[in-house]
Structures are given as C-alpha cells and as structure tokens.
Design a protein around this ligand. Structure first.
Ligand SMILES: Cc1ncc(C[n+]2csc(CCOP(=O)(O)OP(=O)(O)O)c2C)c(N)n1
Ligand SMILES: [Mg+2]
Length: 639
C-alpha cells in the first residue's frame, strides 16, 4: 500500500506516546493491520501477548451454598421449571460452567446428570462451551444449550454468541445473574449481560419472576430455531431460579410481532420461475439458509432438473455435493477462480439463503454487472441490502423451492455450460507440488479428504487453514462443514468439533487448524479427553498468523508486525500432557500414514502437528474491497 503520510494509525501511536504507553498487549487482525504496520517501526515494539483466559470466581459459593440448600428443598423452583422445559425440548446435552449465580440450577441439574437424562459437559472456558453448543447445533440441526454464571462467566460467552449470531446458529444460553434486588448496584460478579448481548443475540430476556420461567424458556427455543435461526439468551437472577414456581402445562401461544415466514408470495415465485425458464446464463448461488431450512434435497432436484450450476458460500458448503458435476465450488475472495468467473458473468443469479457478503462480492458496485437477481431469503432485511433483487422472495427456502420446482422447465446444457467447462479447465485450483519446498498444506487437506472418503465432519479455525479447508476438502452433505464464516473467530474449530462429536458419535470429526487459532481454545483438550472424544486436530503449522502475514506480505512490503508466532509449544508434548495422542509430521511421505493412524484412535483426541512452509499463501485472492478483475490467481511474480 502506498505511504499516505500521517495517517490515523500514526495519530493513535502519537497519543500513546504522549500518554507514556510503552507496553501494548495486542493481537493483530485485518482491521488492525494499518496500526500494526505503524507499530512495526516503533523501537520498543512488543510482541503478541494476549490474555485469553478468565474464569468464574468461586468465592461466593460457600456463602450462597447454604441459602440454596435451604430453598431448593422446599418446592418446585424456577430451576425445576427450566429443566422441565429442557426435557420437553429434548435437550440431552448441556455445555455449562458453574458459578455462584447458577448454583440453584446446578443443584437441580445434579439429579438429571445422575439419572443420565442430561449429559453435562464442562468446558474449560465458557467460550469453549458456547462454540461447542454451536458445533452441536450446526452438525445435528438441534438447538444447542450453553450455561454460564453471572459476570465473568456470561462475558466469556460473548465471542461464542456473536459467532453463532453472525452465522445464524440456534443456541439457547442460560446465564446466572445477581439477585434481583442487587441488579444495578455493581454487586459481586454483576455485569449487564442483557445490554452486552443485545446486539449479538436474536433475542434476550432478563427474568424477574420464577413463574415466567417455563413460558420464557419454551419461547426462547422457539425463537432460536424458527425463521432465521440464532442465539437467544435468558438471564436468570439467583433468587428467580431458587424461588418457588408453579408449573403450567400451557399450550404454546404465538408471540406478538414474531411471525417466521412460510412459503413465498405465489406471484413472485411464478415470476422467478419465468425468469429461470428464460435464462441463458443462470447460476444458483447458495448459502447457509439452504442448510438450516433443510432444503438441500430440493436444491439438488432443482439443479439437476434445470442443469443449472451451483456456487456456494462458506456457509453453504455441503448443501450441494461438491463432487457433483454441477458444483462450481466457492466464489469470492479465496474462492475458486472458475466459480468467480461463473458468478461474475452470470445473466441470472438465483440466490438462495445467502447474503451477497463482501467476501463474495468484493466491491458490490462492480459485482456481476449483467446479472438479474432472484433472491430467496427467510430474513426480509437481507433482500436488497447489498444487491438489488429483480425478484425478492421472502420465505423459507425449503417451502419456496417446493413451490418453484414444479414450475421450472427441464433445460439442456448449452453455450453457457461450455463456458463453465472452459473456465474449470483453464482456471483450476493449483498449488506448489515441489517436494523441496516442504509439505504443501493443500496436499494435507486433499489427503485428509481421501482417507476420510469426504465423509468426515470438518470444523475449521480461521485464517489460511480455513481457506485451504474450503478449497480442498470436498463436502457431500449438509451440516458437514462447520466454520466461523461471518465473525471469523479464531478458536472456534476445536470446541465446535467437540460439540459435533458429541452430537455425532459415529462420525469422524476433524478440526483443520492453524497454530495460532488452536491456542485460543486449547484448554478444551481436557474436555475432549474426559469425554473420550476422538476428535482429530490437523494443525497446519506455519509458525505464524498466516493470513494476516499474507496481507502484510502482499500489501505492506513484508513488514511482519506482530504476526510471527515465536514460542509455540511442542504440540505433541502438550497433547500428551492432557492425555491426548500427538504426532509431529515434517515429511510429506508421512502425511497419509499419520492421518490414517489417527483414524484408528477412538478413545481420545489426536493432535497432528504438520510443519508447513511459513511463506505459503492462499490463492486465488481478490483483495478486500476490490473486484473480480483484480483477482490474483497465483502468487504475483517476484513474491
Ligand atoms: C479472535 C481473533 N483474533 C484475531 C483474528 C484476526 N486473524 C484472522 S486470521 C489470523 C491468523 C490466524 O493464524 P493461524 O491460526 O495460525 O492460521 P493461519 O492463517 O496461519 O493458517 C488472525 C490473527 C481473528 N480472526 N480472530
Ligand atoms: Mg498459522
């Protein structure tokens, strides 16, 4: 990037200087690169030091414990009401971390844990619990449940809730709160959980009355899983969960102002069918909405009947089998070049459950200039948000496809499909296979696909590892690929894999990880070991925060400010310290055998530390905010 003289980042650093700031605890990311770049030249640059862990302070247990004991003996309490709704909702796994404010709930939970009706999974950090509930939900289609105490416990859920919110994942989060009379008084372990989580939940409640609890919890599950799914949080003060409550077996009543859509407007569906029947250069552009509405089978029917090719977002990965000849892969920033060609030159884009995210469109004003757009979405706010729709259908993807399918005509491949084939042939994904250059990360992911027969549930961390997973692991069914798409949360993949493995005990579950991201929730190794979960962790270890380093490499003259990961642990010893299996791999010949060996380990997690070249970049790349014409398909000459 050209030097723009004195920029905002310089002003920040100048004020730091005035204020005598000489130590910064920081973690870089795309949004901070300009500041990191200026920081690079400061003499006393301090490396990456970030405090990830916080934990609930159990200091109040003793004092509150007596009170709980007394109250809990008496009657049916708010906590009982909560657990009875869990039973009705079919909840059998709860990811939770206790603390003073949730003791009344944990006291009642004790019996459910004892009689085996609920499996309680204790993560080692509430963030891990939230991601695990998320992975459980994404992989099973059920609502994930996570629980945490007030204050620090609830605050530790924030990243997990924001992650789930951005990717529309149904979670019910129960947080403890200080007693109602103490709210607003800066009581011990008080935080304004409702205020903090308002923008990152689909809905949230602060309960004041135990008798409301059953109805509210039922409503929370309903809101989380219907319409555009998302996390819902219920903040339960200590005294509310401990207070007597009367149980009503009430019918669930509709919620005023909340009306999840069903089928689309028939007239608009008819228009959409007309456009599809007349289209010469159509593309199906599909996202996570297809997965969450269960519309994959119908999508397949539509694509096969009409011979229309399918491109998918990261959230839509697996909604259409990537092994199908009609699959054109993922377009956008790090998508396949041929998929971007298809979308960019389309005459008609049929967008189903996707949202024209900037990672797909780049500069929206230059995106797919010739295309007419049909946009089907469960959330009215998505239609016309980024790209104007010629026909916008507000409805549930599955129901709209049921309406649409009989109205579309079979279509034979023609000139457009010849173009698609040509792009596939002339712009394939490719990578450096020179054995002298070390183990190619792409080869590791490809080999993983082969040894798991493309059948594993794959979670990812964030960064280059995530993009290589998207590019090289071919998914064949929905709910198979779990990744933090919208928020891009490092630390998501491993706990999400724990949730996925608990929800799918018979499946192979693999987390494709970076050496940076895996350290953000590494403590969950204990959780996986305790529950004997055979999650496989494939670390693509480049000893750096690779994706940010890639931007610095390409756009900041290789000023690697804050992105080199010195001090990585010995991952094999770390695995062993937790009771997991660990392998280090630094020769290409050992890649396949190690992956195969990990598949035989069925009673504990396995870490595989694959040493890959630090300078490997992800291509293709369309730089942020740029256009299709700026795509770098391979490394620029000289880089
Ligand atoms: C919690 C969090 N902090 C910072 C970032 C910014 N960020 C995006 S990718 C990346 C590098 C990740 O490094 P690593 O896990 O080693 O993956 P690699 O890119 O090397 O494969 C960073 C720091 C983020 N996405 N999430
Ligand atoms: Mg890395």
């Amino acid at each position: 990037m050209p030097d723009k003289g004195f920029i905002g980042a310089d002003a920040v650093l100048k004020v730091f200087e005035e204020q005598d700031v000489d130590v910064i605890f920081g973690y870089p990311g795309a949004a901070l690169i300009p500041i990191y770049d200026r920081l690079y030249s400061k003499a006393r640059q301090v490396g990456i030091r970030c405090v990830f862990r916080g934990s609930a302070d159990p200091g109040s247990l003793k004092q509150n414990g007596r009170e709980v004991h007394r109250m809990a003996q008496a009657t049916f309490t708010g906590a009982d009401g909560l657990l009875k709704v869990f039973e009705q909702e079919g909840v059998n796994v709860v990811f939770g971390f206790p603390g003073g404010a949730v003791i009344p709930i944990y006291d009642k939970l004790y019996h459910k844990i004892q009689d085996g009706s609920i499996l309680h999974v204790l993560p080692r950090h509430e963030q891990g619990g939230a991601h695990a509930a998320d992975g459980y939900a994404r992989s099973t289609g059920k609502v994930g449940v996570v629980m945490a105490t007030s204050g620090p416990g609830a605050m530790n859920l924030v990243t997990g809730l924001a992650t789930a919110y951005m990717d529309s994942v149904p979670i019910v989060a129960i947080t403890g709160q200080v007693k109602t009379h103490a709210i607003g008084k800066d009581a011990f372990q008080e935080a304004d959980t409702i205020g903090v989580t308002m923008p990152i939940t689909k809905h949230n409640y602060l309960l004041k009355n135990a008798c409301d609890l059953p109805d509210v919890v039922r409503e929370a599950f309903y809101i989380a899983r219907t319409g555009r799914p998302g996390p819902v949080l219920i903040d339960v003060p200590f005294d509310v969960s401990a207070a007597a409550c009367t149980w009503h077996d009430r019918e669930f009543s509709p919620i005023p102002g909340y009306d999840p859509p069903g089928p689309g407007d028939p007239e608009l569906v008819r228009k959409a069918a007309e456009m599809i029947n007349a289209a010469e250069k159509p593309v199906l552009y599909i996202g996570g909405g297809v997965v969450s509405s269960g519309a994959s089978d119908l999508l397949r029917e539509l694509a096969r009947k009409t011979n229309i090719c399918v491109v998918h977002t990261t959230m839509g990965k697996g909604a259409f089998p990537e092994t199908d000849p009609l699959s054109m892969g993922m377009p956008g920033m790090h998508g396949m070049a041929y998929a971007s060609h298809a979308l960019q030159h389309a005459g008609l884009i049929i967008c189903i459950g996707a949202r024209f995210d900037d990672r797909v469109t780049g500069d929206p004003s230059k995106f797919a200039p010739e295309a007419k757009v049909i946009h089907i979405d469960v959330d009215r706010a998505e239609i016309n948000k980024v790209r104007r729709a010629d026909v916008g259908i507000h409805g549930d993807a599955k129901k709209v496809l049921e309406q649409l399918l009989p109205q579309v005509n079979p279509r034979q491949p023609g000139a457009w499909e010849a173009h698609l084939d040509e792009w596939r042939r002339t712009h394939p994904l490719s990578y450096n296979t020179d054995p002298d250059d070390g183990i190619a990360p792409q080869y590791i992911v490809e080999t993983l696909g082969e040894v798991t027969g493309n059948e594993a549930i794959v979670t990812t961390e964030v960064g280059q590892n995530q993009m290589w997973a998207c590019q090289y692991y071919k998914c064949v069914r929905p709910r198979q690929f779990l990744t933090s798409s919208g928020l891009g949360t490092m630390g998501y993949g491993f706990p999400a894999a724990i949730g996925a493995q608990l929800g799918n005990p018979d499946k192979v579950v693999v987390d494709i990880a970076g050496d940076g991201s895996i350290q953000m929730c590494i403590q969950e190794l204990a959780t996986a070991v305790v529950h004997q979960l055979p999650v496989k962790i494939v670390i693509l270890n480049n000893s750096c925060l690779g994706m940010v380093r890639q931007w610095q490499d390409l756009f900041y003259d290789k000023r690697y400010s804050g992105t080199l990961l010195t001090g990585n642990p010995d991952f094999v010893k770390l695995a062993e310290a937790y009771g997991a299996a660990g392998f280090k791999v630094d020769r290409k010949e050992d890649v396949r055998a190690t992956l195969e060996k990990s598949l035989e380990i069925n009673d504990r997690p396995t870490i595989m530390d694959f040493r890959i070249p630090g300078e490997e970049n992800v291509y293709p790349m369309i730089p942020a905010g740029k256009t299709f014409d700026d795509m770098m398909e391979t490394a620029p000459v000289g880089v």
